[in-house]
Design a protein around this ligand. Structure first.
Ligand SMILES: Cc1ncc(COP(=O)(O)O)c(C=O)c1O
Length: 480
């Protein structure tokens, strides 16, 4: 109890003012969300970071918000807005924002489905069931939430490594790494290779499979088979793409499934964003056969349009025991019996985690299958429409057909002048109207525009295309 007249600490004051603080958070959030259409997609402001002192006595939340607004707010860009087309960023549905706020307010530590006080892991199990339905995957997959597709790839490949060790008669998670594991892939995402490095499998053990001939990134299945034959019974992990980042090409999953009946290998599908093709009857054939994979990566903070950080992995339940063997912590008495019920400490790399499933749960319940079908199909339609505009213009050319939601293009006749493409892109990004990213595709410097935000409309596409045409910059003209 405070004596009358005693100074009240900022923390106690904040508790008394909680309603005001949350109201302020609502106002700040609404101001940002309502302006997403007009806010710049690029910040040119660099806050002065040195010299700020940790206050002895804090200033309280309202003044912290003021300081944030004065000094740091300007680095915030409209990355959740309709014209942020760099990487594969996605946005946030209203329901997912509500779910995220509540997950923070509830502050659960999502371990287990029983026996640990906090049993919010049951919500995660239910959300995984909903996601299995969204992706038309059978219930022979268990799943969990991690912070992003990198950690999802990591988790799946950790179980794959345990499997590979088992083929060699070694329990790697207990007894350490062994040489001799080969990883095959045609177009592995950078994060999968990073996971191999972190897992001690080694970046250099990736053997590239040839691409299908033509303007394709998918793997050549006959080359895959030849490599599997040559490896003759050694443990092999296959990382397949569904789809690739530059042109969203998909490996032929039906043929991979057939090879799996003949050869022994672990089959991982990186479907971080391409997995969402499953939401559309028109595009789900691209993933036909993926339900036979051993493990699958899906990113939720990309096309599910929930806030960062959110991704899931699926591992086939035929590997349930192997999965637990890989990730179970040391069975310390204070953690209770980890194995008597679903305990995410035995399924994910982290121990303590927030209730990461809640934003996804809210969004899935709020918008359902149809809502997501609409988001996915609209983004694909917009990508194709943007591609058609570029292909018909005097200045641009498509580097590959628009297969799904990503447009990979360049300036015409820019083969010998990659700098011209880079200069054009930075001029365009500097307008703050749109954000795209640079890439290299089949040796050509190009630009990627990825459509994964539910807010993007035809007007945005037209506005960006007009701006691209309008930028009167020497970079547009081939050097004569
Ligand atoms: C195919 C693919 N896999 C993995 C990742 C890594 O995802 P994250 O950045 O969420 O870790 C990405 C990100 O762009 C991706 O496109």
């Amino acid at each position: 109890m405070l004596s009358p007249g005693a100074m009240i600490s900022p923390l106690q004051q904040d508790l008394e003012d909680l309603a005001t603080l949350l109201e302020r958070a609502k106002v700040e959030s609404l101001t940002h969300l309502n302006a997403l259409d007009q806010l710049p997609t690029k910040s040119t402001y660099s806050p002065k970071l040195s010299g700020n002192q940790l206050p002895n006595q804090g200033v309280g939340t309202l003044r912290a918000v003021d300081e944030f607004n004065e000094r740091l707010r300007q680095v915030i860009v409209a990355s959740a807005g309709p014209r942020y087309w760099g990487y594969v960023i996605g946005g946030t549905t209203p329901a997912s924002i509500v779910g995220d706020w509540l997950a923070t307010a509830f502050d659960q530590c999502t371990f287990a489905t029983a026996g640990q006080g906090d049993i919010s892991a049951n919500i995660e199990i239910e959300t995984i069931q909903l996601l299995r339905q969204l992706f038309n995957l059978p219930d022979t997959y268990q799943g969990g939430f991690v912070s992003g597709a990198t950690m999802s790839n990591f988790t799946c490949l950790a179980v794959a490594r345990q499997w590979a060790g088992q083929q060699l008669g070694v329990d790697i998670s207990n007894d350490g790494m062994v040489p001799g594991i080969t990883v095959l892939s045609a177009e592995p995402h950078a994060s999968a290779v990073k996971s191999l490095a972190m897992l001690g499998i080694g970046r250099n053990n990736v053997v590239r499979i040839n691409h299908v001939e033509g303007n394709r990134e998918a793997m050549d299945i006959s080359d895959l088979e030849a490599k599997l034959q040559a490896l003759n019974g050694q443990p092999v992990i296959l990382i397949s793409s569904g789809g690739t980042v530059n042109t969203v090409d998909f490996d032929d999953m039906i043929s991979i499934g057939k090879l799996k009946e003949i050869y022994t290998f672990w089959w991982h599908v990186d479907g971080a964003f391409g997995g969402f093709a499953a939401c559309s009857p028109t595009y789900r054939h691209l993933l036909a056969g993926w339900e036979n994979a051993d493990s699958i990566t899906i990113d939720c903070h990309k096309w599910l349009n929930v806030p960062y950080d959110s991704a899931i992995f699926f591992t086939h339940t035929r590997h349930r025991q192997l999965h637990i063997e890989t990730l179970q912590p040391l069975n310390s008495p204070y953690l209770g019996d980890l194995l008597s019920h679903v305990n995410y400490q035995t399924l994910v790399p982290e121990s303590s985690r927030r209730l990461r499933a809640l934003p996804a749960w809210f969004s899935l319940i709020a918008y359902g299958k149809e809502g997501y079908q609409t988001i996915i199909e609209t983004n694909i339609r917009l990508a194709k429409s943007f591609g058609t505009m570029l292909a018909g213009s005097d200045h641009f050319e498509l580097l590959a057909p628009v297969r799904l939601n990503t447009v990979c293009f360049s300036l015409k006749e820019s083969e010998a002048e990659p700098e011209r493409v880079k200069t054009f892109l930075s001029t365009l990004n500097d307008t703050g109207l749109v954000f795209m990213t640079i890439t290299v595709y089949k040796g050509r410097t190009g630009i990627r525009a990825a459509f994964s935000n539910w807010r993007t409309t035809d007007t945005d596409v037209r506005m960006v295309f007009d701006k691209m045409q309008e930028i009167s910059y020497p970079s547009l003209k081939p050097a004569s």
